[in-house]
Design a protein around this ligand. Structure first.
Ligand code: GRF
Length: 197
């Protein structure tokens, strides 16, 4: 196989999607490797999980940069370039990015969002789907562009909303699909990069 695509996963919390990506990358034919797990706060639980899996954890603490978001992103960008990272996978990264990082990584930054975009961008997606009486929920992997949760869709998975479901029930059902969809979609994306798509 040609060189695997070097991916940095960005997290702010527990990092279960990051873990799914790490697991997938262990397969011999996986076209990507997780070369870095980056968080914007030291409390992100996924940093320890990454370290335990033998992957470099890096916290670029947003508090060190005060209100200067771009300075924070310049530090992140420098860390990525120093490590030869080729693709960013946002996975529960809870800080809105400025055009600086979005433009620098245009076409090479993916995100997973827990709704069937374009429905329910932003937060509280499952609560809003339940309040609307929707019969299905799901998740979307998309390219990151300037608008929050707006970029081109690369893959989606749907699940039913069942009678009696509450928000945790829907979240759990969707999360199981996230863990399948993200590795699959990232693999397809990286194969496309290899072929110069
Ligand atoms: C997931 O639901 C993901 O879709 C959203 O944030 C959550 C992160 O969960 N962007 P985890 O940290 O991957 O467990």
């Amino acid at each position: 196989m040609t060189q695997r695509t070097k991916v940095a996963v960005f997290i702010s919390g527990r990092g279960s999607n990051m873990e799914a990506l790490v697991r997938a990358a262990r397969a011999a034919d996986c076209p990507f490797e997780i070369a870095l797990v980056l968080a914007n706060k030291p409390g992100a639980g996924g940093l320890a999980t990454a370290a335990a899996a033998g992957i470099e954890p890096l916290c670029v603490d947003q508090r060190d940069f005060g209100k200067d978001r771009q300075a924070h992103e310049r530090a992140i960008d420098a860390a990525l370039r120093a490590r030869g990272i080729q693709v960013i996978a946002l996975a529960g990264y809870m800080r809105i990015l400025t055009p600086f990082l979005v433009d620098a990584w245009a076409g090479r930054m993916l995100n997973i969002h827990p709704s069937l975009l374009p429905h329910y961008p932003g937060l509280d997606t499952h609560a809003r789907a339940l309040a609307a009486g929707d019969q299905e929920a799901g998740c979307t992997v998309h390219l990151v562009t300037a608008g929050v949760d707006e970029g081109p869709i690369l893959g989606q998975a749907r699940v039913p909303i069942l009678p009696g479901d509450d928000e945790p029930a829907v979240a759990l059902r969707v999360l199981a699909q996230e863990h399948r969809l993200y590795p699959e979609t990232l693999a397809t994306f990286c194969r496309g990069l290899e072929q110069g798509a």
